[in-house]
Write a protein of this length. Sequence first.
Length: 541
Amino acid sequence: MAGAQQAQSSRPQEVDVVVIGAGFAGLHAVHRFREMGLSLRAFEQGSGVGGTWYWNRYPGASSDSESWVYSFAFSPELEQEWTWSKRFPEQPEILAYLEFAAQRLDLKREFDFDTRVSAARFDENTLGWQVTTEHGETVRSRYLVTAVGCLSAAQLPAIPGRDDFTGEAYHTGQWPHAGVDFGGKRVGVIGTGSSGIQAIPIIAAAATEVVVFQRTPNFSVPARNHALSPKRVAELKQNIREIREACRWTSIGQPYDLRDQAALDRPREEVLAQMEADWQKGGFEWMFGSYNDLLVDPRANDIAADFVRDKIRGIVKDPETARRLIPTGYPIATKRLPLDQGYFETFNRDNVTLVDLRETPIERIVADGVRTSGKTFELDMLVFATGFDALTGPLNRIEIRGRNDQLLREKWSEGPRTYLGVTTAGFPNLFMITGPGSPSVLGNMPTSIEQHVDWIAECMDFVRRQGSSLIEPSADAESQWCAHVKELADGTLFPQVDSWYMGANVPGKPRVFLPYIGGFGTYRQLCSDVAARDYEGFEVR
Ligand code: NA7
C-alpha cells in the first residue's frame, strides 16, 4: 500500500489533460493523447480497465453490437491479433479484449485505479482544471476529458423496505466479481429491460425458482448469437477496414443501415415477409436495418409491434402469461429494444413465475421476500435489473464546476445543455466523450467513441496551433444545438414514452430526450463541418 501511495505521488501534479474512466472511451483517449505527445493523468474508480464491462458482470451480459465492430478501429494490429469467438460478444470476452488492448498498447501504467474523481473545478486564473480525487489528491490540467460512460450510474429503486431484505441482493450493474451461485435458490428479478432480459434465462436455468417482477412488458428481438467460423473470421479480418468505414457513416454505427424505403409504401405481405427474414437473421438489423418510417410513423411502428406481439403469442404456451408479456400502449423500440437469447421461451419453464406489477404492485420488500398487493413471494435472492441514471448521471455524480463556480448538475437542472454533445458553455476546455446530445447510446459505442476522441484530439491540436489555450462553446451555439436535438427527437415517436432515453426512469429527472437522433453519419459530418469552419460556434483564445 505504501508503494502504491508512493507511485501515485510520484506522478505529475500538472499535466495537459486529465482523463476520467478506463472503459473503451478512456483507453482510446489516453492512447490518442499520449500519441500526440500530451502529458496526462488518468483516473478510474474500478480496480481495472473495462468501464461498463468491468461492472456489468451479471449472467448473460452481452453487447448487442456485432463483435467485429465492437472494438477499437484505430489499430490494424489489434484488429488482426484479436479474434472474437461469437457474433455478439459476451461480457467476459469484452473485458478480456479490453485487457488485451490495454496490455498491448501499454495503457494501464497511465491510470490511477481505485481512484474516483470526486470534483473538478475550472480555474479562471490558470484557464485550466483542478481535478480532485476521493483520496484528496489534486491535479491541475489544461483540459478535462470525461470518459465516464453513458450507462454507468446504477439506479436502485426506492421501493419501501428495500434494505430490510436479509437474503443476497445485487444490482446487475454492480455485480460481484466472484460471481453468484443461484443453485438451490429462489430468486426474484425486478426489471425487464435489456439487463433483466439477458439475465433471466440464465438465472432460470440455474436457480430452483425465479420470480420475475415486471412493471412494463418489453419488446425483444432474438439475438441468434452464434460462434463465428474460422472462414467467417478470415473474411471479416480481410474486409475489416471497409466494414469500419461503412459503419462510420451509417445511422447507428453498425454494419447495416435503414433501407431507403418506408414500410407504408410497400405491400403489407412484402413487409411481413421481409420482417420474418430479418427476424430469422437475429440482431438489431430487424429494426434498424429496416424500413425508415418505423420510428416516425405510428402506423408503420404498429406493423413491427404487432409482428413481435404475434411472435410472443406463438412462443409463450400459457395464454395468460403471454397476455401479460405482450407490450401495449407504446411504440416498439422507443424504450431501448433488447436482444434476447430465449427470453420469452423462459416463461414456459415450470420454475419461472411472472408477476405483473400493473395488476399487483409491490407494496414493500420484506426480510424474506417481496410483498405485492396479491401475495408475498418468499425469496433467497433479489436481483435489481433496474437500470441506470443514463448519460447525465455519471457526469452529475462528479462535482464539476465551471466558470463562476457553476455546478454542472445545476446548469443541467432542467436537462443537459451541450454543444455537439461534447462540450458545454461555461465549462471551457471540458470535453465529454459520448455526452448527452451526441448519438452515444443510439449507436455502436466504439464507433461513437472513436469519432469523439478523434474530434477532441484535433480540436486540442487546433487550439495549440492558434497559440491559444482555451476553447469554449458560445451560449448561442449551445442553444441552437439543444433546439436541433429536440426538434429531431420531436419528429420521432420517442418522446411519447417513459424511457431512460427521456430520463423518465429517475425520479425528478427532467424529461428531455438525451441522445442525438439524427443518425451517426450525419452527426459525424456536422462535427467535421464545425471543425472545417475553424470550430464554428466556439470561442478560442
Ligand atoms: P432499463 O432498460 O432501464 O430497465 C430497467 C427495468 O427495471 C425496467 O423494466 C423498469 O421498468 C424496471 N424498474 C425500474 N424501477 C422499478 C421499480 N421501482 N419497480 C419495478 N420495476 C422497476 O435498464 P437495463 O439495465 O435493463 O438496461 C439499461 C441499458 O444498458 C440497456 O438498455 C442497454 O443499453 C445497456 P419500467 O420499464 O420503468 O416500467
